[in-house]
Design a protein around this ligand. Structure first.
Ligand code: GAP
Length: 513
């Protein structure tokens, strides 16, 4: 998908009530967005898919909802106060601030695009016999580009991990990276900025009154580990899931809802016996990708990105990346976090956070495997994947080929004309379906225009009520993707929706048979 299509996805979001800039009438607020009438339904459905697949499908995973405000010691213990920083660099001419690692990643992406261009050209030249993998490994220019990407990667990670920010600045300068606004290479030094938003609450203890808006939901789970384990009499291995808002002072507003200041995470911490964590890590890595695929996403649009250099508390970590129009980017992280978080909370709170293992009669701090996905990134992924333009009878049909179970509206009921009792029959069908599904009556404009509007918001079925419906008790059901029309008895409509658009049709795909 080209960046031109990405621009179309963004305008589509606004035109069809999916996403609006926050406080739009005041000119918006950078990196903050509101969800409109269709966006909120899609987002709720995606969240519900995640929630049910965690808590309803798995007997040993339960959910919680912790508060956004947490005791400030939480963030000292988790390491966020001291270490949750982004390396920032300013351009002295444009006065714009950038994340130094993002500047370098964008630069790498440009080199990657050159590789893809070389490969496309060669594929055209050599025709069917072309072996892209071999060409990648042997063509001198492609190899040189790849080495360049790898060397930037290595130097960037080395500099960030050792805290050698001067080396990051040198790398930016050596690569000749210019400010996208001013076009100049007039950079300041790279400095660390903490990403947490702080606010005040009347004194908590020892004069501490500074609070933070949580930058991740995970800590709300860790501090409740024992509450849930004891009250739910949970036995290892077990998981605690949570969805909710998180806040990060992301300086770089770009790529629409990809990187927001206020966003939602869906996180699950899976507590396991020490020594078994890497097996669970592999299992969750596989399960999470299958979960994504069940949404009908093209498998070639996903890849795993294993973390080579690990955070000090992790013994394995991987990102699930999706091929957005602007390149492969992280959507979800799976991290084997050892006993770091519970251990630190034990240390800072002075409360034991141990599990008594009835099989071995030992008490220990469990190890944790985390799965963490951003709901807004998933939303963007779903839209990028679903947005399609098709030529139909010399016209362009824009449709969202969303998985029916997450589509905002499941079926539109369309009386052919606004008279002869058709609106009344449409109303009665609506009443039969509305308690189970988000259905909608649409009676304005020609039937063709109504079909197009429903295609554009991804409605899987249009149910047309015509004069025959009055006498024969059936309606025409049009399929969004194939545009095929079939006659269906009114009393069978609920069964049709149950079998094609219900959440269980989606959940069935992730349950091992
Ligand atoms: N508890 C682990 C954690 O928070 P993370 O990689 O920082 O890990 C997890 O975040 C996920 O949250 C990411 O994979 C991404 O989908 C989402 N995310 C992180 N920052 C975001 C932002 N500023 N805007 C939107 N989504 C974000």
């Amino acid at each position: 998908m080209s960046s031109e299509i990405f621009e179309k996805v963004i305008s589509h979001c606004k035109e069809y009530g999916f996403v609006f800039p926050s406080s739009d009438i005041y000119g918006g607020l950078a990196a903050v967005y509101d969800y409109g009438q269709n966006g909120v339904e899609l987002r709720n459905n995606l969240r519900q898919y995640w929630w049910k697949s965690m808590t309803q499908v798995n007997q040993n995973i339960v959910g919680i909802e912790a508060a956004i405000f947490m005791h400030p010691k939480t963030w000292k213990a988790s390491g966020h106060i001291d270490g949750f920083n982004d390396p920032m660099i300013d351009n002295k001419d444009s006065k714009k601030r950038y994340r130094a690692d993002v500047l370098l990643e964008d630069h790498q992406e440009k080199i990657r695009q050159k590789i893809e261009k070389e490969i496309d050209k060669a594929a055209k030249r050599f025709g069917e016999t072309f072996d892209a993998a071999l060409y990648r490994e042997t063509n001198p220019r492609v190899v040189e580009y790849q080495q360049k990407i790898d060397s930037i990667d290595q130097r960037m990670k080395g500099g960030l991990e050792s805290g050698d920010l001067a080396s990051i600045k040198s790398l930016i300068e050596e690569e000749g990276i210019v400010c996208p606004i001013s076009g100049s290479k007039n950079w300041t030094d790279v400095r660390q900025f903490n990403l947490m938003y702080s606010t005040q609450m009347s004194a908590i203890e020892n004069g501490e009154d500074q609070l933070y808006l949580r930058p991740e939901t995970a800590q709300g789970i860790f501090v409740n580990f024992l509450n849930v384990q004891k009250t739910g009499r949970m036995k290892l291995p077990f998981g605690i899931a949570q969805t909710g808002k998180a806040f990060r002072n992301e300086i770089v507003a770009r790529q629409f809802i990809m990187r927001m200041k206020e966003f939602e995470q869906m996180e699950m911490q899976f507590f396991v016996k020490p020594g078994t964590e890497l097996g669970w890590y592999e299992s969750w890595k596989k399960q999470r990708l299958q979960w994504h695929m069940a949404l009908g996403i093209n498998p070639s649009h996903y890849r795993y990105h294993d973390h080579v250099k690990l955070a000090h508390y992790a013994n394995a970590a991987v990102d699930i990346e999706y091929q957005f129009p602007f390149g492969f980017k992280e959507v979800e992280g799976i991290h084997s976090r050892t006993d770091f978080d519970l251990g630190r909370h034990e240390e800072f709170s002075g409360k034991k956070l141990r599990y008594f293992d009835p099989e071995t009669n030992e008490s220990y701090i469990p190890y944790v495997v985390e799965t963490s996905i951003g709901l807004d990134r998933l939303f963007l992924l779903a839209l990028c994947e679903a947005y399609q333009e098709e030529s139909v009878d010399g016209d362009t049909r824009v449709l969202l080929k969303l998985h029916p179970a997450v589509a905002p509206v499941k079926a539109a009921i369309l009386p052919l004309v606004k008279k002869d009792g058709l609106p009344e029959l449409a109303e009665s069908i609506y009443n039969q379906l509305r308690l189970d599904y988000n259905v909608y009556i649409e009676d304005k404009d020609s039937i063709g225009k109504r079909y197009r509007r429903m295609d554009a918001i991804g409605t899987p079925f249009c149910i047309t009520v015509d004069h025959d419906s009055l006498t024969q008790g059936d309606v025409t059901v049009r399929d969004r993707d194939t545009m095929e029309q079939t006659r269906v008895k009114i009393e069978d409509l609920k069964n049709l929706l149950d079998s094609r658009v219900s959440m269980s049709t989606l959940l069935k795909q992730i349950i091992p048979s």
